[in-house]
Each structure stands twice: as structure tokens, then as C-alpha cells.
Design a protein around this ligand. Structure first.
Ligand SMILES: Nc1ncnc2c1ncn2[C@@H]1O[C@H](COP(=O)(O)OP(=O)(O)OP(=O)(O)O)[C@@H](O)[C@H]1O
Ligand SMILES: [Mg+2]
Length: 258
């Protein structure tokens, strides 16, 4: 199961990715959490209290540059994924391993390519592995999607806040995701404060034929947890946001099993 979480800036992608990883992990599922944001911050939501995770070095150890038989240049992961994970993955709670690829630092030597290419190749390699359940917290831009990073993803969830620009952005992501042939494309309504807001999201999503798979209320517990750099899953495990994401996880498991 490869899940990508996307949407406009600030809608709650990282929050939801982190909680989803934790609830999947609590079910005994080993999860690879990929922070694909150039400004990585998934670690806090995963309950890791120390500073930002070390970035992957852009060295020739990790990436390999070459030319195929047709003369096309390529850059790909130069080491097995398992080695990448054991060398650079960070163990978090609930059987989660975090890989922060969003902001690889340009090593002083051996740097071969642009940050986006590197991120794409590493994410592709991680997603291409068959055995892992992967949750990818995407950056707000559509860059990765346009460049095809998402071709290994089987579930793409658009986080939508109840305001028009966010819904419109989700619509654009959803269109692209469907064009790319991603099997399950759905919305998650987030920060919903009242029935009118929920209605607005439902109406927009119905209009663009995008199913709403979860509704997460605006939850002050998230704000409090965030202000201390903690995870809501640890602070208020029975909060409505966590319960809704538990139910989303159950749906996703059923979806991919069926
Ligand atoms: N359901 C919610 N209730 C209350 N606050 C929320 C909720 N979901 C997210 N937030 C808050 O919204 C803010 C943005 O969340 P988050 O960082 O997860 O968004 P993002 O989409 O990952 O942002 P970015 O585009 O910058 O990566 C944070 O302050 C977070 O605490
Ligand atoms: Mg984020």
C-alpha cells in the first residue's frame, strides 16, 4: 500500500500523514514514512522529539549517474533501498521508519544533480519496493506529481480545507492523479468547524467527482500538540481527529485488500 498525501500549503498534509502512520503502526503494520517536503517536519508529528532528521546526502554513494543503451542520461538510486533505509532511516514509534528526502544537502563533493531530481529518484525507489506500506507526505507544489514521482502510488489523498482555493487546488491534484492512473484518488476534509463548511467541501468534491474519504474536524488538541512539538497521538489518543484517521486507515486497508 503506497499512500501519497497532497494538497495546498498548510492544509494539514503533514499532520494527517503523521497520524496515519501512527495509527497504521499501532495495528502492527510496518510503515515507511517519507518526508518529501523540502522543509521537513514530519518527525514531530511522528512523536520524534529531537531536532529535524538528518537529510540524505547527495553523494555518489546514494545516487548513480549513467547513460542507457539509447544514450539517455539517468540518475538513480545507487544502493539497495534496504541499505538506504538502514543507513538513513530513523526509527520512530509504532514500527515506523522515517526517511527525510525532501531537503538533501548538497555534499561538498560528489553532488550530481538538482534537488528535485534526487528527491524524485529516492522517492521512486522507496515507492517501487513491493513489501513496504509507505506514506508519502508531499510538498505543496505539484512538482513531484508532474515529474511522475507518483506513478508507484496506489492511493492519493487530497487534503482539503473548507475554503475555495484549497478545494480548487485539490481539484487540480485530483485531475492529475486520475490522469496518471492512480487507483484510488479521494479527498480528506480537514479543519472542518461546522456543517456549512462540510457541505461546501461535499458540494465541491461531488462536482469534480472526488469521493470524500474522511472528515477531520478542526481540533484544538492538534494545535496544542503542535505548539509543543508533540504528537496528538501521544497527547490525546482518543481525540476526534485521531479517531477519524483510524477509521480512514481501516478503509484504506480494506480498499487495498479488495
Ligand atoms: N484538524 C486540524 N485541526 C486543527 N489544526 C490543524 C488540523 N490539521 C492541521 N492543523 C494545523 O494546521 C497547520 C498546518 O498543518 P500541516 O503542517 O500539517 O500542514 P501542511 O499541509 O503539511 O503544510 P505545508 O504545506 O507547509 O507542508 C498546523 O499548525 C497544524 O497544527
Ligand atoms: Mg507539510
Amino acid at each position: 500500500m503506497k499512500i501519497a498525501i497532497c494538497g495546498k500549503g498548510g492544509v494539514g498534509k503533514t499532520t494527517i500523514s503523521g497520524i496515519l502512520c501512527r495509527v497504521l503502526g499501532k495495528k502492527g503494520i510496518e510503515v515507511l514514512a517519507i518526508d518529501g517536503d523540502p522543509n521537513p517536519n514530519l518527525s514531530h508529528v511522528l512523536g520524534l522529539s529531537s531536532g529535524p532528521p538528518p537529510s540524505l546526502p547527495l553523494s555518489s554513494k546514494v545516487l548513480e549517474k549513467g547513460e542507457d543503451e539509447n544514450g539517455n542520461r539517468y540518475i538513480r538510486l545507487g544502493i539497495p533501498l534496504s541499505e538506504l533505509i538502514s543507513d538513513y532511516g530513523i526509527k520512530a514509534k509504532d514500527k515506523i521508519t522515517l526517511l527525510a528526502v525532501g531537503a538533501p544537502e548538497h555534499a561538498s563533493s560528489g553532488c550530481m544533480c538538482s534537488s528535485h531530481t534526487t528527491v524524485r529518484e529516492i522517492i521512486n525507489a522507496a515507492l517501487a519496493s513491493k513489501e513496504t506500506v509507505t506514506v508519502l507526505d508531499m510538498e505543496a507544489s505539484m512538482e513531484h506529481m508532474k515529474r511522475g514521482t507518483s506513478r508507484y502510488v496506489d492511493i492519493m489523498l487530497m487534503v482539503v480545507e473548507p475554503y475555495f482555493r484549497s478545494m480548487e487546488a485539490a481539484g487540480r491534484f485530483a485531475k492529475l492523479a486520475k490522469e496518471m492512473g492512480i487507483k484510488t484518488v479521494a479527498a480528506i476534509a480537514n479543519k472542518v468547524r461546522n456543517p456549512e463548511e462540510l457541505k461546501a467541501i461535499h458540494q465541491y468534491c461531488a462536482h469534480i467527482n472526488l469521493p470524500v474519504m474522511a472528515v477531520i474536524p478542526f481540533d484544538p488538541n492538534i494545535t496544542v500538540a503542535d505548539s509543543t512539538g508533540a504528537s496528538i497521538v501521544d497527547r490525546v489518543p482518543d481525540s476526534e481527529a485521531v479517531l477519524q484517521i483510524q477509521s480512514l486507515a481501516d478503509q484504506l486497508i480494506m480498499e487495498t485488500a479488495g
